[in-house]
Design a protein around this ligand. Structure first.
Ligand SMILES: Cc1ncc(C[n+]2csc(CCOP(=O)(O)OP(=O)(O)O)c2C)c(N)n1
Ligand code: SF4
Length: 279
């Protein structure tokens, strides 16, 4: 009689999730801490790299998928969320994690951001917020302070920044948290919670751009513990986020929103799909 082979849980340490590709981020960039936190979180999840997909848009932060051993898609500017939504619907067995920057996600990707919160497809979205477009050399982003001046915005923007976490809550996101790249262990714990959350989870990570915003090196002094526990309802969580200083770390909101019902779609071959779309 054949021996019954029981499936053992996978035990992989964080290095198993780091690829051989060497990050080309500037020395001191906060995104190193986010990569480190993500590989620790994936190790804690005990799923092998081929069961995980990391999807990004365009930007320095969006280079992250290449630095992991999971499946990676470095997609188009602002389009990571719709791409990841399609991927998750087609392959619900995959753990889908979306990563990117504030410019990518809240500017060109802003529309997709709102609808990902509404649709509540099960994925974690990690936004590395440095309040600037790093890759395109320091343009202001939707989270840039109105008075920040640079060669590209000599008089500042004079435009109020978005409050992405409050927006996410009002659009229906069920898990909303803030972390800091300088605390990879704390961030890894938040990521595990976000990945395990059944539905759309958003983690805003304060991740300094030391090249175009060198003053953000001081963020480590500004970061503080946020809410002791998540706010009980969306209105109080959003009100707290609109009033806070933007540096509180922790889970702000964990809702009760049920996942959309699972629908089993008929499996079709590529040829059948092509036939359907033929004009
Ligand atoms: C459609 C399109 N528009 C604009 C660009 C140029 N572009 C590339 S990266 C980027 C900004 C990235 O900023 P952010 O998402 O904040 O990431 P960071 O580089 O700061 O990590 C822009 C505007 C592009 N590649 N494609
Ligand atoms: S330009 Fe800024 S965001 Fe880009 S790698 Fe350098 S420090 Fe990081």
């Amino acid at each position: 009689m054949d021996a019954v082979i029981e499936e053992q849980p996978v035990e992989l340490d964080a290095t198993a999730f780091k690829s051989e590709v060497k990050p080309i981020w500037c020395p001191g960039c906060g995104d190193f801490g986010v990569l480190s936190a993500l590989t620790r979180a994936l190790s804690a999840l005990a799923r092998p790299p081929h069961e995980i997909a990391v999807v990004s848009g365009i930007g320095c932060s969006s280079r992250l998928p290449a630095y992991t051993t999971a499946f990676g898609i470095h997609s188009l500017h602002g389009r990571a969320l719709p791409l990841a939504t399609g991927l998750k619907l087609a392959r619900p067995d995959l753990e889908v994690i979306v990563v990117g920057g504030d410019g990518d996600g809240y500017s060109i990707g802003g529309n997709h951001f709102l609808h990902a919160c509404r649709r509540n497809v099960d994925m974690l979205y990690v936004v590395m917020d440095n309040r600037v477009y790093g890759m395109t050399k320091g343009q202001p982003s939707p989270t840039t302070e109105p008075g920040w001046t640079s060669a590209l915005s000599p008089q500042g923007t004079d435009v109020a920044p978005l409050s992405p976490l409050a927006i996410a809550i009002s659009a229906g996101a069920g898990f909303v948290a803030r972390g800091f790249s300088g605390d990879p262990n704390g961030l890894a714990k938040l990521m595990v919670e976000g990945i395990q959350w059944a539905g759309f989870a958003l983690i805003e990570v304060m991740s300094p751009c030391v090249t175009f915003r060198p003053e953000q090196r001081r963020w480590k002094d500004a970061i503080h513990v946020g809410p002791e526990k998540p706010y009980p309802d969306p209105a109080s969580a959003a009100a707290a986020l609109l009033a806070d200083d933007g540096f509180g770390v922790g889970v702000y909101y964990r809702g009760q929103r049920p996942m959309p019902p699972e629908r089993s779609l008929p499996v079709r071959t590529l040829a059948q799909i092509e036939q359907e779309f033929r004009l």
